[in-house]
Write a protein that binds this ligand. Structure first.
Ligand SMILES: CCCCCCCCCCCC(=O)SCCNC(=O)CCNC(=O)[C@H](O)C(C)(C)COP(=O)(O)OP(=O)(O)OC[C@H]1O[C@@H](n2cnc3c(N)ncnc32)[C@H](O)[C@@H]1OP(=O)(O)O
Length: 174
């Protein structure tokens, strides 16, 4: 298993219990939020195939400035729709630092309003729209520099216990 770090950047080795528990800390300042883990496809700083998404708290939600590059190409000059969905899903994952509980994506829906261009700056925002029990209803947007909406997305995340991740390991200990 890859080495994990907690939200303070401290290595926690293969201790996934510590990793998942780090998500239950509610952070209060507006500094950059920690990546989900070093190799996360969306935000991991050590994943050369990833998106290196950098996310901050923004009021009750989160915000990121992002651009796609040639690694994410679909049609020439345009980001692949799946790459865009990866980034929106990962952005939603940063809301968990505010929720203070663990949750995973059950449903993810995107409206691709206009093409997402490579090497073009975009502003991404996400927020929790509502909560019903374990169900977190999430919403997000991606805008271009002119404030034009290019993507809107919604997601249903379901709150889970730590055991969800322990059982998901290749060699579960429980
Ligand atoms: C460290 C953390 C972060 C880690 C962050 C790591 C990186 C972050 C990346 C972003 C996040 C991801 O990609 S997460 C990875 C991708 N997602 C996954 O692997 C999840 C795979 N799916 C599952 O494991 C499961 O389906 C769960 C846990 C999501 C749900 O299973 P369950 O616990 O049995 O729940 P279930 O009863 O089926 O559903 C719960 C409630 O939701 C309702 N429900 C279910 N589907 C729908 C639906 N489409 N629309 C409306 N409602 C629905 C049900 O009716 C029920 O309502 P009621 O009866 O309660 O009223």
């Amino acid at each position: 298993m890859d080495e994990f770090r907690d939200t303070a950047g401290e290595p926690v080795g293969a201790d996934i219990d510590t990793w998942v528990r780090s998500f239950t800390r509610k952070e209060s300042d507006s500094s950059e939020l920690p990546p989900h883990h070093p190799n996360c496809l969306g935000c991991g700083p050590e994943n050369p195939n990833g998106h290196f998404l950098s996310v901050r708290r923004d009021g009750d939600g989160v915000i990121a400035h992002h651009h796609f590059d040639q690694r994410h190409v679909g049609a020439p000059g345009i980001a692949h729709g799946g790459a865009v969905a990866t980034v929106m899903d990962d952005l939603f994952g940063f809301l968990l630092y505010s929720v203070g509980e663990l949750a995973v994506t059950r449903r993810l829906e995107l409206d691709y309003l206009t093409p997402v261009l490579l090497d073009n700056p975009y502003i991404l925002r996400a927020a929790v729209r509502s909560r019903e029990g374990r169900k977190l209803h999430l919403t997000s947007t991606m805008e271009d520099a002119g404030g034009r909406s290019v993507i809107t997305a919604t997601a249903l995340f379901i709150v889970v216990e730590v055991e969800h991740f322990l059982k998901s390991q290749k060699n579960p200990r429980t």
